[in-house]
Ligand binder design. Structure first.
Ligand code: GLC
Length: 822
């Protein structure tokens, strides 16, 4: 496409010559399009000639172009550039409210540079060339321009292509950018952000479903992030074109980015969440297992699948209805032949613990007898082309029009359409095809107009946020309709900040070992890119997995924040028992493990929601100073306590697993293993390598067939001995309301530490929620001595056992403060 031209051009080494004022005059008044027309050239900032300060904003001008530097926090600096000194109105779907929290900052005007300093970061504006760089309080430069910010006029659409180019160091690694299906380290590669329906995508295919213009740099152990908040088609080059340069540019909009200081990768991710928000607490049931397929119909089939779970005693919470539940794929309708009484069916499913999730796509069938179309048409809610025709295209229902979700009034309306679904008991909504996908054409043409929350724009500007605004409308509508209950939503497309409204899955993958590996990397990458609640289609959407591949996928999926099996309609049955033994038993064992660990996952979710920690953490985030970790992408931690290494090769008998420094316990037998090295771990089909960090307290619930099946009588606390004090958190609340926003929750902190022949466990509590159970059942592994005495809150606990496997077991009240084992 024409507007792509700049992306394939080499990035110039040095600034091109600026046109003189006279030349520009000639250029502007020329009428003959061929004769004498000068090629459009990239223009570069000149030298900063003046500075002006307005509160926390500084404006630097070269006489024409202006650069705005905003001090957002002590560690976040925002930079914007206006080629002719006029900035666009400030509006962002990613950053709904820019909360500035900064203690002190100063402007220093020196001979060589302007420098804006906070307590932790300096932003340098070089007087000789307008290069902008950032350094820490020890004057270590973390990020520096390699070329001035530059732009090129976009004659066809107006506005500019905008470019930023930074120095790329020889050992610098890059992470982030959402769901890119490639190696974890993005170094040496080039990417495009343009949400794309990518059925059966391949390794290295780009772009696919999501646009997350945020990357994390790691250079010699020091990290920083760049969030290029621009919704137009955007491009990133991590030393691909030129090994010494990292560039990001977009086909329109403003050159506007946030420099996010580290030095830890974790700090960068947390600070990115400060800008774009975190995921709300999900309904507890959504952390269970979900079963999906295109499509379960008619009703008898849905009921049979549900019954299959209970008969096979395999836990399951979510059951999905794909497009065939609708009447001719018309959203918000039912196919009454297949589903004569959906309310009754959903009620019956709910009585057996299943929550029903239904798919809703953006395409609304053009049909004057269909109420949603009629209303949308009457209220002019559908997208229109530049010359005022409606945007029409084919998707599942046939010829469709598409709501303009960038219009707040349309979002409001869309939200109300879920009323009937909520009333009949639907618990979750699955938004698909919202890149938006259009058969044949791929997506909307560029000239489609959007309301863009009053800031207007063509599809060039709105494309990448269309899906996010759709799921936002869905989530906000459901939230209102469900009163104080938490809705569950899942989306395919998204942009930065989409995590405030929804979970995601990685789209139409393939039943292959390569896709299992890809899914592993994608989920880690999504987690680092601010999207915590993510998962893959377990088993692969298209194609046929064999029993081994399916089981290995279930094992990995047990440790995906979102766990759902899904498959295309033309494949064979794909339930956890579809492959017979030994697969069914192993699948059951892992799904049961998923349920046991729900309180741990939920606590990790809380750490995400409240503090901005990702749920999955690649090992490079644990030990970023270790250069070899930059290339490790198989193993990751689930929360910060459990290290997981999925098995991703057929017939694999054992594999090497890297354990970060410190002591770890092999989950399956509690053997202690020293980290900081690779260890060989046996990988029979029944297990995958799983290790728990020394000092952890892992809360466990009893296995249930669905969340809330039984009242919890006591919570098991698995304690793993450590010499060094270690903290763990345990979060609980009602699991289905927003009461946690009013502090109705309980956050418990445990500190475990051992010395010689004693070990202590401390507990402190915060919040206003009290769970119903009374006791914890402790299970302590790894004691380096034989326990003889337990003193809990000053009293001796006389009843305890020390098993043959050297595990100490005893019970004590959940309100304990101090336990000592001797
Ligand atoms: C898309 C989705 C897939 C769904 C199918 C039918 O391909 O990605 O998950 O099953 O559409 O709705």
């Amino acid at each position: 496409m024409e507007e792509n031209i700049p992306s394939t051009e080499p990035i110039p080494e040095s600034p091109a010559v600026k046109l003189t004022e006279q030349e520009e005059e000639v250029f502007q008044h020329i009428n003959n399009p061929v004769l004498g027309l000068k090629p459009i050239v990239k223009k570069y900032l000149g030298t900063p000639k003046s500075v002006e300060q307005k509160e926390n904003k500084f404006f630097f001008s070269d006489g024409e172009a202006t650069v705005e530097v905003t001090v957002v926090t002590d560690e976040i600096i925002k930079v914007r550039m206006a080629p002719h000194g006029v900035f666009l109105e400030e509006f962002s779907y990613a950053v709904p409210k820019l909360n500035t929290k900064v203690s002190v900052f100063h402007l220093h005007d020196n001979a060589d540079e302007y420098r804006i300093s906070t307590n932790t970061v300096n932003c340098h504006i070089n007087k000789a060339d307008f290069f902008i760089s950032f350094s820490d309080s020890q004057n270590h430069v973390t990020s520096a321009d390699a070329v001035q910010m530059h732009w090129e006029e976009n004659v066809k659409f107006g506005g500019y292509y905008v470019f930023g180019t930074k120095v790329c160091h020889s050992k610098e690694a890059f992470f982030g950018l959402g769901d890119k299906p490639t190696d974890l380290n993005l170094r040496g590669k080039r990417f495009v952000n343009w949400n794309t329906d990518a059925y059966s995508f391949a390794w290295n295919q780009d772009p696919i479903y999501r646009s997350i213009p945020f990357y994390i740099s790691l250079n010699e152990g020091i990290s920083h992030g760049i969030f290029f908040d621009n919704t137009f088609k955007a491009h990133f080059d991590f030393g691909a074109e030129d090994r010494s340069k990292t560039s990001f540019w977009a086909d329109g909009g403003e050159l506007q980015y946030y420099y996010i200081h580290g030095p830890n990768m974790m700090d960068v991710v947390k600070r990115y969440h400060l800008l774009t928000g975190t995921h709300p607490m999900p309904p507890l049931w959504a952390l269970g297992y979900h079963q999906c397929r295109w499509s379960y119909y008619p009703e008898s089939k849905v009921m049979k699948v549900a019954k299959g779970f209970r008969e096979n005693q395999i836990p399951c919470d979510g059951i999905y209805l794909d497009i065939d539940y609708m009447d001719g794929y018309r959203c918000f309708t039912w196919n009454r032949k297949y589903f004569p009484d959906p309310k009754k069916m959903i009620k019956e499913l709910a009585a057996d613990g299943f929550k029903t999730v239904v798919i809703i796509d953006p395409g609304i069938r053009v049909d004057d007898n269909y109420s949603v179309f009629k209303e949308g048409k009457a209220k002019r809610y559908f997208c229109r082309r530049s010359d005022d025709y409606f945007m029409e295209g084919h998707v599942w229902p046939g010829r469709c029009q598409f709501p303009d979700f960038t219009n707040p009034e349309v979002r409001e309306w869309w939200g109300t359409l879920f009323d009937e679904l909520v009333q009949i008991g639907v618990a979750g909504v699955w938004n698909d095809m919202n890149e938006p996908a259009v058969f044949g054409a791929g997506t909307f043409p560029d000239d489609v107009r959007h309301q863009y929350d009053g800031y207007r724009g063509s599809h060039r500007k709105a494309h990448n946020i269309y899906g996010m605004q759709m799921v936002r409308a869905t989530y906000e509508g459901m939230r209102k309709l469900m009163k104080n209950k938490r809705p569950f939503t899942i989306t395919r497309a998204g942009y930065s900040g989409v995590q405030r409204f929804t979970s995601v899955w990685t789209g139409d993958n393939v039943a292959s070992w390569e896709h299992l590996r890809l899914g592993n990397v994608q989920c880690q990458r999504l987690s680092m890119s601010g999207i915590p609640f993510c998962g893959t289609d377990i088993g692969g959407f298209s194609g046929e997995p064999d029993g081994e591949l399916f089981t290995r996928w279930i094992q990995m999926g047990t440790f995906s924040p979102f766990m759902r099996a899904h498959s295309a309609g033309d494949t064979k049955e794909r339930e956890p028992w579809s492959f017979g033994e030994p697969f069914t038993a192993i699948n059951r064992k892992f799904i049961e493990l998923r349920y046991k660990l729900i309180p741990y996952l939920y606590s990790t979710f809380w750490e995400h929601h409240r503090y901005g920690f990702p749920i999955l953490r690649p090992v490079v985030m644990q030990e970023q100073e270790e250069i070899n970790n930059q290339a490790r992408q198989d193993e990751f931690t689930y929360g910060d306590k459990i290290l997981v290494c999925p098995v991703m090769e057929p017939g694999q008998k054992s594999r090497l697993v890297y354990l970060p420094k410190g002591n770890w316990y092999y989950y399956w037998d509690n053997e202690m293993v020293e980290g900081g090295r690779e260890v060989e771990v046996a990988t029979p089909l029944e297990t995958i390598p799983l290790f728990v960090k020394a000092g952890s307290v892992i809360p466990e619930y009893p296995v249930m067939q669905y969340v809330g099946e039984k009242e919890i009588e006591e919570v098991q606390l698995n304690v793993y001995y450590s010499d060094l004090p270690a903290n763990s958190f345990f979060f609980e609340d009602y699991g289905e309301t927003f009461a946690y926003e009013q502090d109705i929750y309980s956050e418990k902190k445990f500190v475990v530490s051992g010395k010689g022949t004693s070990m202590t466990i401390l507990q402190s509590m915060e919040g206003l929620y009290t769970p119903r159970y009374d006791n914890y059942a402790f299970s302590v592994a790894g004691l380096p001595f034989k326990p003889v005495k337990i003193i809990a809150d000053g009293k001796e606990v006389t009843e305890f056992t020390y098993t043959e496997q050297k595990v100490l077991e005893f019970k004590f009240t959940k309100t304990f403060k101090h336990i000592e084992v001797m």
